[in-house]
Design a protein around this ligand. Structure first.
Ligand code: KIV
Length: 275
């Protein structure tokens, strides 16, 4: 029987084994990533962009996160699944964070949530209520406008120190892991060394305890823009398109369906039908 990874198992990987994490938004990809041995799956609010074609993540709703999370959980046996709390579901108050995280957990079945930015009181309240939290610092996409776009964070000593402080305070507040996005590699390494919990980098260099990528970027499915930190491990977008072109060609040429794809009836029944 496959054993599901718990928050303690993830924490215990720090310093021993790198943690692999990918985003997932549907049953089939979650099942394939789980079979491939990916440790953590993030139902990221990036789904607004890569699944729904929106320009950013800001309009993603809690209901959408619940729907996609249910699909992902249906495909997973081993990986630890974490779901993003979308924009404006936790920032206003501790109460709103508790109410919305409870709804997400109860209606989707997910056990752990992620939230962006230095919301220490919210993290304390959620972990106190038994909901494990992953923090997220650096370039937090829900606040990209405030940073003047998708830009590398923590490049000055002052900005880097502020991120180190945020990381330590999020750890103290109870986070069991921390996503660090788009910071210089040296800073990713410094933060990782200061933390007891695992860091999971995205554009934060190889010194982090784990790495996360958006599945569409990693698989070469999304080309509206490709950040520098993305490595494409496949070019499935091209394969997808090639397969669809060939399908369309065969349908139009009358080649598909062929004899292997049709159902037959007995000659006797056919004769009766023709009478
Ligand atoms: O929403 C998301 O996919 C994320 C990752 C970029 C870490 O938060």
């Amino acid at each position: 029987m496959t054993v599901s990874l718990t928050t303690s198992a993830i924490r215990a990987m720090k310093g021993k084994e790198k943690i692999s994490m990918l985003t997932a938004y549907d049953f089939t990809s979650a099942m394939l990533f789980d079979r491939a041995g990916v440790d953590m799956l993030l139902v990221g609010d990036s789904l607004g962009m890569v699944m729904h074609g929106r320009p950013d993540t800001l309009s993603v709703s809690l209901a959408e996160m619940i729907l996609h999370t249910r699909a992902v959980l249906a495909g997973v046996e081993r990986a630890m699944v974490v779901t993003d709390l979308p924009f404006m579901t936790y920032e206003r108050s501790v109460d709103s964070a508790l109410k919305n995280a409870a709804k997400l957990v109860q209606q989707s079945g997910v056990r752990a949530v992620k939230l962006e930015g230095p919301y220490y009181e919210q993290v304390k309240a959620l972990t106190g209520a038994g909901i494990p939290v992953v923090g997220h610092i650096g370039l937090t996409p829900q606040r990209a406008a405030e940073f003047g776009g998708f830009k590398v964070q923590g490049k000055t000593t002052e900005a880097a120190n502020s991120l180190i402080e945020q990381a330590l305070r999020l750890q103290d507040a109870g986070c069991f892991a921390l996503v660090i996005e788009c910071v210089p590699a040296a800073l990713g390494e410094i933060i990782t060394a200061r933390l007891e919990i695992p860091s999971i980098g995205i554009g934060a260099g190889p010194g982090c305890d784990g790495q996360v990528l958006v599945m569409h970027d990693m698989l070469g499915l999304f080309d509206r823009f490709v950040p520098k930190f993305v490595k494409r491990f496949a070019e499935l977008g091209q394969e997808f398109q090639k397969a669809a072109q060939e399908y369309s060609r065969q349908v139009k040429a009358g080649v598909f369906p062929g004899p292997e794809q049709v159902f037959n009836m007995s000659q006797e029944e056919l004769e009766k039908l023709k009478q």
